[in-house]
Design a protein around this ligand. Structure first.
Ligand code: NAP
Length: 273
């Protein structure tokens, strides 16, 4: 298939493009320089020019805390940019894959969130991502929304790389143990997306590397250090002690709609590489 990937220079985009190519797809990767999704005219022109069968949108404003400050910019990219893609895809009869987030939920549930559970974002990033989902649902007749969580990969700053960096710099690490969610390797998410686009199972999907009930960031940090064979003390702390600008859901584990590997195995593969 001919697939246009937007936000192709981001952490997910850079893992996704080679995986799609390995599967024989004709991939057009467009970074922000090549296509700014907030430019409606440029979005329509790109789809007209490349005439893809599918657009996979990996472009997003992803700084959760900064989104509280740069509200208009976050909304312009995560909501209006996605609306541009949705309108252009529908106009050109092409499918749209939109990547979304566990942060559309408020975290008050105690069991994994299902795709049709009511979203209720508690931070601005989550609100803008939910708005993006809505535009896709309103404008597109053939779409996949893939919600995921706690991404880490080779091509971006993420929790795994941060913990390894802090372990080198500090005597003791402090990590919150009152936020429960699921880690996801960008490579395994990419494989799941590549499988999904073959199915025609349109609608909202949930994919992470964890088909269980979630883990805390504290547990995740411990697993990272164990695999890296670094013996550093990790102290569990509470979210309130961090006083970050954006509130986070205390529980955001997703009920998966696709088969997933074990997060421990994916993390081990990532650390080995
Ligand atoms: N990271 C996570 O933990 C996480 C969790 C759940 C869901 N997600 C979702 O997963 C997707 C991929 O995230 P990621 O971690 O790969 O994010 P990322 O590394 O921040 O990549 C996002 C990419 O989008 C680009 N971008 C920003 N504004 C753009 C615009 N107006 N037009 C075109 N490109 C633009 C960025 O370019 P610049 O670098 O030049 O700004 C960046 O290359 C996003 O939809 C995100 O919301 C992420």
């Amino acid at each position: 298939m001919r697939i246009m990937v937007t936000g192709a220079k981001g952490m997910l985009g850079q893992d996704l493009v080679p995986i799609l190519r390995d599967q024989g797809h004709d991939v057009i990767p467009l970074g922000r320089q090549e296509l700014d999704i907030t430019d409606r005219k440029a979005v329509f022109e790109a789809i007209e020019h490349f005439h893809p069968q599918i657009v996979i949108n990996c472009a997003a404003y992803t700084n959760v805390d900064q989104a509280e400050v740069e509200r208009d910019l976050a909304y312009a990219i995560n909501a209006l940019g996605v609306q541009n893609l949705a309108l252009a895809c529908e106009d050109k009869k092409c499918e749209l894959v939109q990547i979304s987030t566990d942060y559309v939920f408020d975290g008050t549930k105690k069991t994994p969130y299902r795709p049709l559970d009511p979203p209720n974002p508690i931070n601005w990033y989550g609100y803008t991502k939910l708005a993006g989902e809505k535009f896709v649902e309103w404008h597109c007749s053939r779409f996949y929304i893939v919600r995921t969580s706690w991404l880490y990969g080779k091509y971006g700053k993420n929790f795994v790389t941060t913990i390894l960096k802090l372990a080198r710099e500090k005597e003791c690490l402090e990590v919150v143990d009152d936020q429960i969610g699921s880690p996801t390797h960008t490579k395994s998410l990419s494989r799941a997306i590549a499988d999904l686009i073959q199915t025609g199972w349109y609608g909202i999907h949930h994919y992470t590397d964890d088909a269980g009930n979630g883990i805390s960031w504290y547990e995740f940090a411990q697993a990272i250090l164990q695999l890296a064979e670094i013996s550093k003390k990790v102290e569990p702390i509470k979210t309130l002690q961090l006083s970050r600008p954006a509130p986070r859901p205390s529980y955001s584990t997703l009920f998966l709609t696709m088969p997933a590997p074990l997060w421990q195995e994916e993390l081990a593969k990532f650390m080995k590489a």
